[in-house]
Design a protein around this ligand. Structure first.
Ligand SMILES: [Zn+2]
Length: 594
């Protein structure tokens, strides 16, 4: 639950009625005890989207999406869990709790507003240092990298001096406390007491969130011998790397207007295009592009261009881009800047228009991947080698975890597109894909995506089915948990997709808190919502809770004993063997009856 207290999250959940909430966005009509309507998460003509006021969940039987109020908001508003909680808290007029980070709860001066004042102070401090004699080399470096004076001012670029305490001293003199500086990630505490400036002899780039609030810094080393060329603020109350991008605050408008966003890796790579009039560029902050980044960007544009400066990096990026390309309804393309230059140098040498052209001509991620890796495996005219290359390429595409998670329509679209790329007739290729899909144990069933019809796990057989049905029953009838726990344990769940569900279920039950809604929010992702609602729906459709449970428990207990039997036969412990064999003959055989 991150920094949000669980109690607060529960309070918000209980104050929100799911029918009211969803009714605001989707036209739903009462049908029996449930409400139903057209699913907002996939295109459909006949309603398969249900909202249950009794269970406070929604479920789409078309695409599988499901969950509770938070998961609905996360999916619908394409936002993060904390944002969903905040939104629903505001809706229910519940004031947000003060977020206090690592400090003792309620400690004054460590809330966001206070910390932002500290950050603002630091920005201005660093900007002043850039104009001091001791910042002369930093200024020369920035101008040498083609940043103009105007850009230095616009992007508030500064200099952290080469001392251990310049910022800490100035901040204290201005009335800020050490704890605040630590909470902002500006200084680090020494083990021996006291603290020291985290950024020293670095060119400083303030990092702002989408709303333009200061949340972190990036520092470029100015000493040649410095090992870490770039250092970013640590994650703090203000700063979450995986959901922020450098430049998004100023690039937003341009991204939306162009319906295109270019993602680069460095501060200069974002700044120099912006300076040259190409403003739809953002930079990752020392991490790979995350799913949250992509979700954020997909709200602004459908065309995503990943920009890299060298071919080797471009290949690795293309493989990551492939997943995004397949999973998101987004056009993910890979641009490689010519001549091994980085985007910043390229823009200073050739100007903004040339860079815009590089972006415009970037091939889709899959095409880039095919060209760079597989198309180089055969010489022109070598049809056998080409087929083999195509086969391997398809294998890579189909076994990517994203592939199983997309719907049939998009799979078909992808097949047609790949057919053109590898120059094989679409029918043949589609057959190939189907064959490959059968061979690939769907990673999708372990990690179902939202748009996934394929996400509903395969009808499981034997033990796996028993494990699944037991969880279904326990989700629908938590009071049967005692009975289950007498016969099996958490360690008896072996199906990878079910293990996390069993774990959360056992954890909640032992805390006396096993209910559908607590389980639903044990993990906040939409994928989790889908898994839990799938299990709940299947359980309810079958009914017969007691009989199902009894039958499956004895099936599992028997299986466990048979395994132990096999072990005992090998080790030859006769007495235990006889006991176990007897136990297995008894109809209500329980696990470990001795
Ligand atoms: Zn749906």
């Amino acid at each position: 639950m991150g920094l949000l207290p669980e109690q607060f999250v529960n309070q918000v959940q209980q104050a929100t009625d799911i029918v009211d909430l969803i009714g605001q966005y989707v036209s739903i009509k009462q049908r029996g005890k449930d409400y139903m309507g057209l699913c907002p998460f996939h295109r459909e003509k006949t309603p398969s989207f249900y909202v249950s006021p009794g269970k406070q969940i929604f479920k789409c039987f078309g695409c599988g999406a499901g969950g509770g109020v938070f998961q609905f908001v996360i999916l619908h508003q394409k936002c993060t869990f904390p944002e969903a909680v905040r939104l629903l808290a505001e809706r229910a007029n519940i004031p947000m709790p003060k977020l206090t980070g690592d400090g003792p709860p309620g400690e004054a001066g460590l809330d966001r507003a206070e910390l932002q004042r500290v950050m603002r102070f630091a920005v201005e401090f660093f900007q002043r240092q850039l104009r001091e004699p001791r910042g002369r080399h930093a200024l020369a470096y920035a101008l040498g990298r083609s940043l103009t004076e105007e850009s230095l001012a616009r992007f508030e670029i500064g200099y952290a001096p080469e001392t251990w305490d310049a910022l800490a001293l100035a901040a204290r003199a201005a009335g800020f406390r050490e704890a605040q500086l630590v909470a902002c990630g500006l200084v680090a505490a020494r083990e021996t007491g006291g603290c020291y400036d985290r950024f020293r002899n670095r060119l400083m780039f303030p990092i702002l969130d989408q709303a333009g609030r200061l949340i972190a810094f990036g520092g470029r080393a100015l000493a040649a011998e410095e090992r870490a060329k770039y250092v970013n603020s640590p994650e703090t109350i203000l700063f979450d790397k995986s959901s922020n991008l450098y430049g998004l605050n100023w690039a937003r408008q341009a991204i939306a207007a162009a319906n295109q966003v270019a993602v680069v890796e460095g501060y200069f790579d974002a700044l120099l295009p912006a300076q040259a009039g190409v403003e739809n560029v953002v930079a990752t902050l020392g991490t790979a592009l995350t799913e949250r980044h992509v979700r954020m960007l997909s709200r602004l544009a459908t065309d995503l261009v990943l920009v890299f400066d060298a071919d080797a990096a471009g290949l690795a990026a293309a493989e990551r881009g492939m997943e995004l390309f397949i999973a998101q309804q987004m056009n993910v393309r890979i641009a490689v800047v010519p001549d091994g230059k980085d985007p910043a140098d390229f823009v200073s040498a050739h100007g903004g228009e040339a860079f815009r052209k590089v972006l415009a001509e970037a091939p889709p991620a899959l095409e880039h991947l095919w060209q760079r890796r597989w198309a180089t495996m055969y010489s022109p005219g070598d049809l056998v080698a080409k087929r083999r290359a195509a086969e391997e390429f398809l294998q890579a595409v189909v076994s990517s975890s994203a592939f199983g998670a997309i719907d049939g329509v998009r799979q078909g679209w992808l097949a047609n597109w790949l057919a053109q790329l590898v120059d094989i007739p679409p029918e043949e290729l589609y057959r190939n894909i189907r064959q490959l899909l059968r061979k690939v144990p769907t990673a999708a069933s372990a990690k179902p995506g939202v748009t996934s019809g394929a996400a509903a796990p395969e009808p499981a057989v034997g033990l796996a089915a028993a494990q699944r049905r037991i969880l279904e029953v326990l989700i629908c009838q938590p009071d049967l948990f005692e009975q289950a726990a007498r016969q099996i344990g958490l360690e008896d769940f072996t199906e990878p997709a079910l293990v996390p569900v069993a774990r959360e279920l056992w954890r909640l039950a032992s805390a006396g808190e096993l209910r559908l809604e607590t389980l639903l929010y044990a993990q906040e992702t939409p994928e989790w919502g889908q898994i839990i609602t799938d299990l709940a729906a299947a359980g309810e459709a079958r009914g017969n809770y007691q009989e199902t449970l009894t039958g499956d428990l004895s099936l599992m207990a028997h299986a466990v004993q048979r395994e132990e039997l096999g072990e005992l036969r090998k080790t030859g412990d006769d007495a235990s063997l006889r006991q176990l064999t007897d136990a297995l003959r008894r109809p209500d055989a329980r696990r470990r009856p001795w």
